[in-house]
Design a protein. Structure first.
Length: 290
């Protein structure tokens, strides 16, 4: 089967995990793996796989614009702001794994089809990918919901330099995603970096303020959307709820990683790389059918 060529900017954990996932894709082929550190672990892994590498970051794609059709940006929000304009001029379909909010927010289970016709897709945050669909499902049953709060708890060892640099952008972008997709009038997002040993698996707790919540209807809606997410994030599961305590409804979810490159407890990173691959494969499918 013919494959669509992709480039990855960013040779850290997220970039490496993307690279490993692409190796088993039936529609994607990594043509360039580029970053800023020539002796990084990611560059070594890519070289061992026979993939072209570079330490010139985005310039490697600028210098050879025909090398790929899709670009994954796995750097940081600050760098993506600079990269976005360049990639737009190069007419690349760009999948942004940083919380930059430059491109169109994309939660594959909710709006993937409308994201395939834009040039820059933003995958929000790991918490956004995990919690926004639950918030959306809650609002479909209870549009009268007054407030939704998300508390994301991840292992501190799974939060690399990029995640730590982007904490402020993370909380704001996650909140924006919840409000934009669900239409809830007020929301808040919190992230906790848990130093526990052994490392904890990613957990998200979603609180919703609803008068007279219809728990069975909520349970059905949440279960249905979780099933759809598992089609591309196999380790996504509802572990608690929805439970009612007066006018507060609590739902907890867990994301276990696939263990491709990252440890299985790094579900916070796996959910966003799984979402990125889903978007890229759907775009490739559409491109190959033309």
């Amino acid at each position: 089967m013919k494959k669509v060529k992709v480039g990855i900017i960013g040779t850290g954990n997220i970039g490496i995990d993307l690279l490993i996932k692409i190796q088993r894709s039936k529609s994607l082929e990594c043509a360039i793996f580029t970053g800023r550190t020539p002796d990084s672990k990611g560059i070594k892994i890519a070289k061992d796989l026979g993939i072209r590498t570079s330490a010139d970051s985005i310039k490697a794609i600028e210098d050879d614009p025909k090398i790929c059709d899709i670009v994954f940006d796995a750097t940081s929000a600050r760098f993506h702001v600079k990269h976005a304009g360049i990639l737009d001029k190069l007419k690349k379909f760009t999948i942004d794994l940083t919380p930059s909010r430059v491109g169109k927010m994309c939660i594959p289970v909710l709006n993937i089809n409308e994201c395939l016709d834009v040039k820059n897709v933003n995958l929000v945050t790991c918490g956004g990918q995990a919690a926004t669909p639950i918030a959306y499902a809650i609002m479909q049953v209870h549009p009268d919901t007054r407030y939704i709060e998300v508390v994301a708890s991840i292992s501190s060892v799974s939060a690399g330099p990029g995640t730590r640099i982007n904490i402020d952008e993370y909380t704001q972008t996650t909140k924006d995603s919840i409000m934009s997709f669900s239409k809830v009038p007020a929301a808040k997002a919190i992230i906790i970096l848990n130093p526990a040993e052994p490392p904890i698996t990613m957990h998200n707790t979603i609180y919703a303020l609803i008068e007279n919540p219809r728990i069975q209807e909520l349970q059905h809606a949440i279960s249905a959307i979780a099933k759809k997410i598992r089609e591309y994030v196999p380790g996504y599961n509802v572990t608690l709820g929805p439970l009612k305590d007066k006018d507060r409804v609590t739902t907890m979810i867990e994301v276990v990683g696939r263990g491709d490159y990252l440890p299985k407890y790094s579900g916070n990173l796996d959910i966003i790389t799984c979402a990125a691959i889903k978007v890229a494969e759907e775009y490739a499918k559409k491109k190959l059918l033309k």
